[in-house]
Design a protein around this ligand. Structure first.
Ligand SMILES: Nc1ncnc2c1ncn2[C@@H]1O[C@H](COP(=O)(O)OP(=O)(O)OP(=O)(O)O)[C@@H](O)[C@H]1O
Length: 228
């Protein structure tokens, strides 16, 4: 069981036309089994925040902790090991390998971790069943709908038994009905497995699935007024 914590997290991008303060002193704590939705308009800093929380980028100042371990202070190799052991990502554009079947896509992270063949098969089957895709295991991404492709993306994230899930606009490419079912699935699976989840969206219809909503505005993170 893991708590993901951000303390005074800031990210400034130096550009030709001056510094962009994409994230300013953000504080956030996400507990196991909790789904926090980060909402905010385009350019407000959602991707910047999620990349920092997932250790894909380094803060200009402040820190990210996984329990007591400061992820943002680890050397690259240690950060990678901790990310592999703890974190999983779901992407807006699904990030599937087009020449691999659904099952083979879900298997990729297990191969990277050198899990033995028999165990891989069992875990892939269980992950596909959890997202309702067993009948589609052998289809390639182009033979699946957008919602089904994102289910593969979720199965691939969950097959490693992560303690933290980071999903940047996971429903951004889906119609609103499909988006709602994907958010329901994420909420159900992360709660049932005790995963600390951070999901960004700018779709106000999806925030109802959150345990908590935070709002980004010009890089400033605040608790959201859900009614607005
Ligand atoms: N690598 C970069 N270099 C310079 N500026 C950047 C870089 N990445 C992001 N920014 C700027 O930082 C701010 C926050 O960007 P970010 O991508 O985090 O926003 P977002 O809320 O995820 O937007 P969207 O919803 O459109 O994906 C924006 O002003 C953006 O232009």
């Amino acid at each position: 069981m893991t708590t993901l914590t951000a303390r005074g997290l800031s990210r400034t991008y130096p550009t030709g036309s001056g510094d962009v303060h994409a994230l300013v002193e953000a504080d956030l704590e996400v507990h196991d089994g909790e789904l926090v939705v980060v909402r905010g308009p385009s350019g407000s800093g959602k991707t910047t925040l999620l990349n920092l929380l997932g250790g894909l980028d380094r803060p200009s100042s402040g820190a990210v902790f996984l329990d007591e371990t400061e992820l943002s202070a680890l050397a690259e190799k240690e950060a990678l090991e901790l990310r592999q052991a703890t974190l999983a990502f779901v992407f807006q554009s699904f990030g599937l390998v087009p020449v691999l079947s659904a099952a083979e896509n879900v298997e990729v992270p297990l191969r990277l971790r050198r899990i033995a063949g028999g165990e891989r098969e069992e875990r892939v089957a269980a992950a596909l069943a959890a997202v309702g895709l067993t009948p589609h295991a052998n289809q390639r991404p182009y033979e699946l709908s957008g919602g089904q492709q994102q289910r593969v993306g979720i199965a691939r994230a969950l097959v490693t038994d992560p303690q933290v899930l980071i999903a940047d606009e996971p429903t951004g490419q889906l119609d609103s009905a499909t988006a709602a079912t994907i958010m329901d699935l994420l909420a159900e699976l992360t709660s049932e497995r005790g995963i600390a989840a951070v999901v960004s969206t700018h779709d106000p219809l999806l925030i109802g699935r959150a345990d908590r909503v935070v709002q980004l505005h010009d890089g400033h993170l605040t608790a959201a007024n859900v009614e607005s």
